[in-house]
Design a protein around this ligand. Sequence first.
Ligand SMILES: [Zn+2]
Length: 457
Amino acid sequence: MRRVWAVLLLVAAFGMADDNRSLGDRTRQYLTDLVRLDTSNPPGNETRVADYLKKVADSFGIKAEELGDPKDPKRMNFVARLPGSGSKGRPLLLMAHSDVFPVAPDQAKWSADPFGAELKNGYIYGRGTLNAKSLLASELAVMVEIKRRNLKLSRDVILVSEADEEGGMTGIQWLIQNAWSKIDAEFALNEGGSLIESKDGAKVFGIQTMEKIPTRVILTAHGTVGTGALPRADNPYVHLSDAVSRLSKAEQPIRVNSTTRRYLRDLANLSDYAWLAPLLPKLETPATAAAAAAQIRAKNDELDDMLHTTISITSLVASEAQLDVRRMPSETREDVLTRLRQIINDTSVEVAFAPGPPMPTVQAGPRTTMTPLYTAMERAIARIYPRDAVTIPYMSRGATDSGFLRSRGMPVYGVALFLREPGEPRVRSVDERITPKALDDGVELLWQIVQETAGEN
Ligand SMILES: [Zn+2]
């Protein structure tokens, strides 16, 4: 009897093949379950999510495994595969990280339990509802739906949920080094897209095809501190604070690339962004570019960040400062280091890269928007939002795991599946939340993209 109960509970928890919930309802169940598994990174504990995904996959007979560094058993990744005929080509990879951004120290400001997935005022609240457990729940639900309906596939569909996206080395980098054949694909779909909706309902789906590159730099000042009785001109603290001050005031050169140029041009066609149109030609002329960028910044800092390398001082301790530089893909890390040295213009301040391997540099190639996956996204978006949506490639200012795969030659697209109202809380913020309708529409969009890319028609 106990055994029967155990089976029944498993059926209730993971929805066996004979349950006929809609795609949206199933996605919502998965999202609720995933939010309740706290995978705040650090420490991560992503194995909680990997175990859950494995149980769901097993209950539907989807081939899946948990993979990761055996020395780090709490940080497992998850990989599942639905086989296809291969008639349309190599696999489609769906990916979403399993860790979430920490809630503390702002937990008390939340209006609902960040790990409760509670439905309140028409929203599902919780850490990960935007970044990135809604995407993960949708990808899982699409895999399950294909399996439940026994649909024939024209290429394999792989689901990867990688650990440690917010941090370091146990996630996608580990998989690339140790399990490449299990995740290798013709192209991949990931987080990282942008979705802008204007007041009149027009939508711009920015498909992320490239991203700025995190580049960590350390400034170290050398000299003698001295005393009040004997102040010294080579006091390292004075030199370091001068260096930091110069860096924060310096303007980084404007570098409009073809992806951003096209993105801004299409955005300027929306009524809310008409103010951009007269500024765009000015960005192309060196004499007027900096002033135009400043005007853009005054209206929208996110757009300005797409135009040049940006620098944030992240730590200033004794005679050492740490910088988080987000570099334009058209600049090498050496270009940036040379420029920082010129701005600081002080030989007693050493400017060096922080230790650790550099992040991969990848520019979107001209054929990036000519893959079957990109075309499928364009077509699915146009079908679901027939009157008011445009799809354009986009360079994000934030970094995702996609860069590591792109550097191996795989086109990866960041797509924002879920509509949000203007002014909604952002990813990583207090009261991260999503409406059930946005989740429903988002998984439907994903379903159509996957059907078009990997279906048998
Ligand atoms: Zn994310």
